[in-house]
Design a binder for this molecule. Sequence first.
Ligand code: ADP
Length: 487
Amino acid sequence: MSEPSLRVLSVVSELYPWVKTGGLADVAGALPGALAAEGVAMRTLIPGYPAMLAALPATGVAVHDFASLFGAPARLLAAEVDGLGLFVLDAPHLYARAGSPYAGPDGQDFADNAQRFAALARVGEQIGGGLVAGFVPDVVHAHDWQAGLTPAYLRLASGRRPPSVMTVHNLAFQGQFPAGLLAALGLPPESYGIEGVEYYGAIGFLKAGLRYADRITTVSPSYAAEICTPAGGMGLDGLLQARRDVLHGILNGIDEAVWNPASDPHLPEPFSATRRAGRAVCKAALQARFGLDRDPDALVFGVVSRLTWQKGMDLLLQAVPALLGQGAQLAVLGAGEPALVGGFAAAAAATPGRVGTAIGYEEAIAHLVQGGADALLVPSRFEPCGLTQLCALRYGALPVVARSGGLADTVIDANAAALAQQVATGLQFAPNSLPALEQAIGRAAGLWRQPAQWQRIQRNAMRCDVGWRGPAGAYAALYRAMAAEAG
Ligand code: ADP
């Protein structure tokens, strides 16, 4: 007998495929579909950015009118789009802007981000309190600092409210705002303190979520452990350590329909774990796209990443000479810090045919890199879960990863024991230093010179379960436990 359906409200600031700056959007977009199979009905509350409103069908209906929400009228729209149940907060004074969800075209964060995301959280709390009669959630699930006030509002509200879970996708982004905004954000004076929303003299949105949520999750078991330490806790390790008993690490999956090499419209030729011949065609297309020499025998390393310090891209740039010394090629897709963008562009200019770049955010090219590169480099200094190495596993681009967070949890290093057991799926290196990265590149090149070994690892990689079934089961179990406790 299937379990009774549970209603969960997801509160989030990005949603694939409409609004995405990183992995958060992928998770928010894929989780509801996977949860449906677990008997969980998830609806997603998202700000009404222009791209979100444009995605709504004419059948979207207003389910609530706010006379005033942080300074002006607003509406809550409900719609079903591509199988996702959505609540879209149509508040033009907060969200009708050009730029990313968080910053204008000039790259500057919007000055009223506190109000913009407090509004999202406030409406999440109200839906939790029964604002929409047709969907009264049993659990509210808040993602990252943008939704961090949701658990606070729920806990501080009068009347019955559902329990909440706060998920940390990246502890580096915490949402700190001036303490003087306390009243404007509708937070009571007594909530301002170390046992409340205060974070070193400011209001911390993520801190608030971590403090008030009934449960905390993060996106891998290793990252759950790392964020409880001074080295990985980014100032929140004390709170996280104190709440260790309600902190869970649940790995992300990838959307296996979007990331399926057998039916990927961005690949010139399909392939699969059992029929891998099409990979050679994809590799040739990748080499052509990145201006690399058309050499089927050259080991091609790919990168699909934000070009940032967190992602270890400065280390990789320094490792380019060693990589070239191994006779390998490098294809870098990314956008980010100007110095790194310039650095990779300079490397490509200096070594034409050996290093190629595609600067920008290009979904189609991301698929081509995964399908055409022989190995994917992920030298992150910290990585909560990481999605690109999961895509790489599925597409048979052997992940070469720093032993950190979710990277450590998802790639099995090709050491002697793993090779003997035939369970290796990629390479790990530690510590995250230039010599260790160079050594890992050298190890990859050594394996490349043993084609039978390489193909065995590739086959193992492509057989890994990187989908959402397992993670969705873990979230469903967590929600049910929370709902049962709440009675
Ligand atoms: P993060 O969210 O920290 O940036 P993740 O590995 O969790 O890193 O998720 C990154 C997601 O963004 C993946 O889906 C990846 O394919 C995608 N991505 C990153 N950079 C680019 C880019 N330049 N172009 C296209 N997709 C990208």
